[in-house]
Design a protein around this ligand. Structure first.
Ligand SMILES: [Zn+2]
Length: 396
């Protein structure tokens, strides 16, 4: 019990001391704060106010004055460097790329920058060049950074530039450098190889095309585009069974892409004199995967092989199984010749209305950014991602 009273007395004695220490500490902090506040130039506050009011021109002017007049004392090299970065971004945002370039170039010549600051400024300069459309100069700046602390950011922008330039080999190398456990870039690398294969196929260099296709499949064995190209090379070389094998393998990779090779599958079978078999394969696919864009080709080939009545029956069966706008539009077109003449004009009118609606709403769509198009893209022109387009046109 005695010990407890001694402890209590000690606490009561020391309590005012703790308060006193706290009070002194707060005073010291406040003093430092006031001292720092006094060393901040007015222009900075004016720039912040202008930014709040979305007056970027005034903000840029005020920040520029702070940097130009060297109102910051010598100890604030870091502050000046940070200010230049912000001002540069502001210039770029306003499209004043020349001002950003001059600003960054000038600071790069200053001797007291450390290595990290130097590289960051070089990166910003690269971005200035890129914004100004001087892609070659941007590329040079970013390439110099590929082994520095700015490597990741620089390589990401280089990858973008190489894709815009369609320099697929450099894109492959850069994507390889960027790959790590969390992000492997395997989708992209496979697509870059497919681009090389496509180009080789255009110049009839089939051996190179096959090598690139193999590399694409090594990067991503689910790359349907690689199998499409493998089939195309085989067709070009007259190896139609190989072409069929390559196209049909797409079913295991991702069956949604089968609609894109419907015509090619049929043509390869036809080249072997097996038209009926080719048509049966397509009908089998659409029955299993009704979303495939195969209705039109099935009707056309059925018409050519079996005549109008049979083709219409096939179409009717498929549309009834999975009714959709495109199918109904096609069905009306086929049925119109046999329809009661009293109804023909009205049916034609309805078909035209549906047709216009189909044209407006049935499209390919990017699953990432929802960009819509009547044309399929492997590389979305809006968000620059690969394989994000729906492989079949859908109602949007
Ligand atoms: Zn997109």
């Amino acid at each position: 019990m005695d010990n407890f009273y001694i402890f209590l007395s000690l606490v009561l004695l020391l309590l005012p001391l703790f308060f006193a220490f706290g009070w002194f500490a707060a005073r010291i902090d406040l003093k430092t704060l006031i001292k720092h506040a006094k060393s901040v130039p007015d222009g900075l506050y004016k720039a912040i106010d202008a930014l709040i009011d979305r007056k970027t021109s005034i903000a840029a002017q005020e920040l520029n004055e702070v940097v130009e007049q060297n109102k910051l004392d010598n100890s604030s090299n870091v502050t000046k460097y940070a200010l230049v970065l912000s001002l540069g971004r502001l210039y770029r945002q306003r499209g004043e790329n020349n001002k950003a370039i001059l600003l960054h170039q000038r600071l790069l010549n200053e001797p007291d920058l450390n290595e990290e600051q130097y590289h960051r400024l070089q990166f910003e300069l690269g971005k200035d060049f890129q914004s100004a459309g001087l892609v070659d100069r941007a590329e040079r700046e970013f390439e110099q950074l590929s082994e520095t602390t700015m490597a990741k950011d620089a390589n990401e922008l280089l990858l973008y530039i190489y894709q815009q330039d369609r320099d697929w080999q450099k894109a492959i190398n850069t994507a390889g450098k960027l790959s790590h456990d969390a992000t492997t870039y395997q989708f992209e690398i496979a697509q870059f190889y497919c681009e090389l294969a496509q180009a080789a196929l255009f110049r009839s260099d089939e051996n190179s095309a096959i090598d690139y296709i193999q590399s694409a499949l090594n990067a991503n064995r689910k790359c349907t585009r690689a199998n499409m190209l493998l089939g195309d090379v085989a067709v070009k070389q007259g190896r139609f069974q190989d072409a069929i094998d390559a196209y049909l393998k797409i079913e295991q990779q991702n069956h949604e892409y089968l609609g894109m090779v419907g015509e090619r599958i049929y043509d390869a079978f036809a080249s072997l004199g097996q038209m009926h078999k080719g048509l049966d394969v397509l009908i089998g696919y659409i029955k299993t995967f009704p979303q495939l864009d195969l209705l039109s080709i099935i009707y056309d080939k059925s018409l050519a092989l079996y005549g109008e009545e049979h083709a219409m029956e096939t179409l009717l069966e498929l549309v009834r199984a999975t009714p959709n706008l495109t199918g109904i539009y096609q069905l009306l077109g086929v049925k119109i010749t046999n329809i009661n003449p009293l109804w023909r004009a009205d049916t034609d009118m309805m078909r035209n209305v549906i047709g216009r609606h189909v044209q407006k709403t049935v499209m390919y769509r990017c699953r990432q950014c929802h960009f819509k198009s009547q044309v399929f893209f492997w590389h979305c022109p809006a968000c620059n991602r690969w394989e994000t387009f729906t492989p079949n046109r859908i109602e949007t």
